[in-house]
Design a protein around this ligand. Structure first.
Ligand SMILES: [Cu+2]
Length: 199
């Protein structure tokens, strides 16, 4: 059981990593990365960008500007008085780790209202597989004693081979969980394939 669970976790982790590695994209603001008050409509640009969870957004700017993340209320009023986070230095890359809205302005007086404001909608990277959050082994009603485990392989670095079941009879829920793990991999490969096609 423990071995099976670890194998599933390993498969899921690799699948999640594969999705992130394959799909993460950097989005230079405005298309060129230039963050200034020259009149670029950053929101018009952002609206056309497929910005996903795990992507990054990069800003290039002169010393007369900054990048300040603010709440929607402060974005709406162009107020940099209560920044969520503020960046200076001329080159800032922000990782968009969670889905949802993010709001950025330049906090220098007058610059936000002159157009240095950006609202970004970050899409979820991929739908969560059904039942992912539920511990699967809880479906077993009978409190079965732990089956005698085959001796652990001496090398713990080696991934257990999930495709060939061991001689020890595995509980039914483990089979279901293994199928779930394969579904995760399938889903991940599907997402990767879609991302490649989109490119
Ligand atoms: Cu500015």
């Amino acid at each position: 059981m423990a071995m099976a669970s670890r194998a599933i976790l390993a498969v899921a982790a690799v699948a999640a990593l594969a999705v992130q590695l394959a799909a993460a994209v950097d989005h230079p603001v405005g298309g060129s990365g230039a963050w200034d008050a020259s009149g670029t409509n950053y929101n018009a640009w952002a609206a056309k960008q497929p910005i996903k969870q795990g992507d990054t957004m990069s800003f290039q700017y002169s010393a007369s500007h900054d990048v300040t993340e603010v709440t929607k209320a402060d974005y709406d009023t162009c107020s940099g008085a209560n920044p969520i986070k503020s960046y200076t230095g001329g080159a800032t890359t922000i990782k968009l780790t969670t889905p949802g809205k993010r709001y950025f302005i330049c906090s220098v007086t007058g610059h936000c209202s002159a157009g240095m404001k950006l609202e970004v909608t970050v899409a979820a990277a991929a739908p969560a597989p059904a039942g992912k959050s539920k511990p699967r082994h809880q479906r077993s009603v009978a409190p079965t004693p732990a089956p005698a485990m085959a001796p652990e392989p001496s090398s713990t670095e080696e991934l257990p081979n999930v495709s060939s079941p061991t001689a020890a009879p595995a509980p039914k829920s483990s089979d279901a969980a293994t199928i779930g793990g394969k579904a995760v991999v399938g889903l991940a490969l599907g997402v990767v394939a879609m991302a490649l096609v989109a490119m």
